[in-house]
Ligand binder design. Structure first.
Ligand code: DGL
Length: 281
């Protein structure tokens, strides 16, 4: 095996909005030599309350835009988009597509001791049954309790992460999971890591929280290695950011998600793209 030149094409990451930046951060920490292009579909967020058909259409458009940026691998950072559109994306695109559901489910399957696993996510993610199916495959003995927590997304976007209101909301949503005595809880939504503190507090010390960002970054690293498509070891990965609504609003909420300002996000109009209709990839 000779020394390979690096593949300097970027990794593409999309989300319905800002939440996927937590996944991007994990990917960049795990793979510091890789370039990345991030697309937040802020004009159409939230995906969590929309139908499978609509979320799939939006996801294909996002993929189409990122393919035009010359990406070598696509990460679907949005749980709802992964839950509804991953098979269609994998079928349509000619590059590898990595979602967040399977890595999160695998991490939970590995960590549970009592076989009682909880999953929280958007209404779409929970109703799709994607986590339930993945866990049935990866941990056939596990008893899975899934709960939609729709109000967590606006709370996280508002930065309303502590105090009476998030606590009451968390207590209400998490009651069935406490009752089911889950020892492992998958944070099946990009926004929930921001509410980790209140979720952990309400769940109590008997439940560990699984955030799929790191597990997903690990899968990305594996896929690139299998393909021999890693960036050159001497290169310093850079990221570019695109959004479909106002770049200013994105910058404001995004810095809360990453804990650091996002330099130079650009607005793009992708409303006419669809890789099924054009020959991308
Ligand atoms: N990104 C979505 C997810 O992870 C949450 C926000 C939304 O509903 O669009 O499911």
């Amino acid at each position: 095996v000779g020394v390979q030149r690096g593949d300097d094409r970027p990794i593409g990451v999309f989300d319905s909005g800002v939440g996927g930046l937590t996944v991007l951060r994990a990917v960049r920490e795990r793979l510091p030599h890789e370039h990345a292009v991030y697309l937040g579909d802020t004009a159409r967020v939230p995906y969590g309350s929309k139908s499978a058909e609509v979320v799939t259409r939006y996801s294909l458009r996002n993929a189409g835009f990122l393919l035009e940026q010359g990406i070598k691998l696509l990460v679907v950072a949005c749980n709802t988009a992964t839950a509804f559109a991953l098979p269609e994306l994998q079928h349509t695109l000619k590059i590898p597509v990595v979602g967040v559901v399977e890595p999160g489910a695998a991490a939970a399957a590995q960590r549970t001791q009592n076989g009682r696993v909880g999953v929280i996510g958007t209404a779409g993610t929970v109703s799709s049954g994607a986590y339930q199916r993945a866990l049935a495959r990866l941990a056939p003995q596990a008893q899975v309790t899934a709960q939609a927590c729709p109000l967590f997304v606006p709370l996280a976007e508002e930065g309303w992460l502590t105090g009476e209101v998030p606590r009451r909301v968390a207590e209400t949503y998490l009651a069935p999971l406490i009752q089911a005595r889950v020892d492992t809880l998958v944070l099946g939504c990009t926004h929930y890591p921001l509410l980790k503190e209140v979720i952990a507090d309400v769940m109590g010390p008997g439940a560990q929280l699984v955030d799929s960002a790191e597990a997903t970054a690990e899968v990305v690293a594996q896929r690139l290695a299998e393909l021999g498509a890693q960036g050159a070891p001497e290169s310093q990965g850079a990221a570019r950011y695109f959004v479909t609504d106002s770049a200013e609003r994105f910058a404001e909420v995004a810095s809360r998600f990453l804990g650091a300002p996002i330099p130079g996000a650009q607005h793009v109009d992708i409303s006419s793209l669809d890789p099924r209709e054009r020959s991308y990839g």
